[in-house]
Design a protein around this ligand. Structure first.
Ligand code: NZQ
Ligand code: ZN
Length: 389
């Protein structure tokens, strides 16, 4: 196990009766907020009205940025920065899923930067400070409410890139599982797949002595496998939504990578799909992951994949680690089938036309071959795309 420093400074207010604390949390930072949200789901939920009422009753001024897109665009962040400056806000309040929170992170950092915020995303401008950020999460998937990362799309350059800064870690996040009852089947399934992918990106590493975090990761995966189908079947099952929501935060807040090197191969491969085709992130991950595992299966990795099969899916060892690993990969794909996630990229309207370009860009955006569970280069990514068609 390698040396590590683990610190997550986000205050979590979890459960059904936590929204009432919003004014108190905001007032720690000031009296004026930029209220960011997406395409209107929070209005249907009644959450928009509840937030406005609390702000008004407590004398907190607010300006709004609405319409933040799934796979949020840099243009939305540019608008948000302008509105935040015009109103001299003290805090950015993001109410929604990962896209709204990620966009709010870029607004918070871009507020203090003269350059185009895209320069932050591509790493040309270093983030030295940011407006404080608070979130109210309405979709369990990305863990953005408790991490330092943000993923932004630039449709003009066909780029979807992640960036991060400790300055944009949310100061507080309100997490009420009831808000996620209205998430439709497609996004519920994609969210569960995203949580599982974050967990697996951390989990699949070799010989690092990180026994404890691997068992924690298996616990998160088992939670998704137990409660994902329940949430699809009974969207208002509180325990299902609550356990998935809490799993979502711990899959990516840094705990599961303590003491180890991680490479995040599948996310890099998926981000090109979203950039080119604007697909739902978690759906892309669920299609790619079993094929990635099949591609990286070799003499060195088979044992870990077989352990995953035993501890997560209960596949008893047969004495043949390759057979066990293949069964584990089958079980993962069967689970995604059960969640109603399409099997192949063609089901999403993706053909062969851009595969080579996307494979090259995957490696370019990672700054070279991805050194992880096994090292992945352009031809590997291309093969994984082809297997996933
Ligand atoms: O826009 P609204 O109307 O709010 O509708 C959203 C959107 O259409 C809807 N939704 C959200 N909460 C709802 C709801 N509908 C009904 N009831 C609710 N309670 O769901 C749709 C998808 O929302 P979005 O925020 O895009 O989903 P998600 O949370 O999965 O975020 C995806 C984005 O996060 C990035 C992804 O790449 C993608 O751009 N990621 C961010 C990460 C991070 N910050 O650490 C890591 C992830 O790996 C990921 O890359
Ligand atoms: Zn993800």
């Amino acid at each position: 196990m390698k040396d590590f420093i683990f610190e997550v400074g986000t205050k979590i207010l979890f459960g059904e009766d936590q929204l009432k604390h919003l004014p108190k949390e905001i007032k720690k930072y000031g009296n004026s907020v930029l209220f960011c949200y997406g395409g209107g789901s929070i209005k249907k939920l009644g959450l928009y009205d509840d937030v406005v009422k609390l702000l008004e009753e407590n004398g907190i001024a607010y300006s709004e940025l609405s319409g933040i897109e799934p796979n949020p665009r840099v243009e939305s962040a540019i608008d948000g920065i302008r509105i935040a400056r015009e109103n001299k806000v003290d805090l950015v309040l993001a109410v929604g899923g990962g896209s709204v929170i990620d966009c709010a992170k870029l607004i918070a950092a871009g507020y203090y930067v003269d350059e185009n915020p895209w320069d932050i995303v591509v790493g040309k401008v270093k983030v030295e400070k940011a407006l404080p950020l608070g979130t109210i999460l309405t979709l369990a998937a990305t863990g953005s409410e408790m991490d330092t990362d943000s993923v932004i799309t630039n449709l003009e350059t066909k780029q979807k890139l992640g960036w991060g800064s400790k300055h944009v870690l949310p100061k507080f996040s309100i997490m009420n599982p009831v808000y996620t009852y209205s998430v439709n089947k497609h996004h519920t399934a994609a969210g569960v797949a995203d949580i599982m992918s974050h967990t697996m990106e951390n989990y699949f590493s070799l010989n690092d002595g990180c026994y404890l975090v691997d068992r924690l990761a298996e616990g998160i995966l088992k939670t998704c496998i137990k409660y994902g189908p329940v949430a699809l079947e009974s969207p208002e099952d509180f325990d299902a939504r609550a356990n998935i929501m809490w799993a979502n935060s711990w899959a990516i807040n840094g705990l599961l990578k303590t003491g180890k090197d991680t490479s995040w191969s599948v996310h890099a491969i998926e981000h090109e799909l979203s950039a080119f085709y604007d697909i739902t992130h978690g759906t892309g991950l669920a299609i790619l992951t079993p094929n990635w595992l099949r591609h990286v299966l070799n003499e060195h990795t088979a044992n870990k994949i077989a352990i995953f099969g035993k501890n997560v899916f209960g596949i008893e060892p047969s004495g043949d680690k390759f057979a066990d690993a293949n069964k584990a990969i089958d079980a993962l794909r069967e689970f995604f089938d059960k969640m109603g996630i399409p099997k192949g990229l063609r089901d999403l309207g993706i053909g062969e036309e851009h595969l080579e370009e996307m494979a090259e860009l995957t490696i370019k955006h990672k700054g070279g071959p991805i050194d992880g569970f096994i090292t992945i280069d352009v031809e590997d990514v291309l093969e994984i795309y082809k297997m996933s068609l």
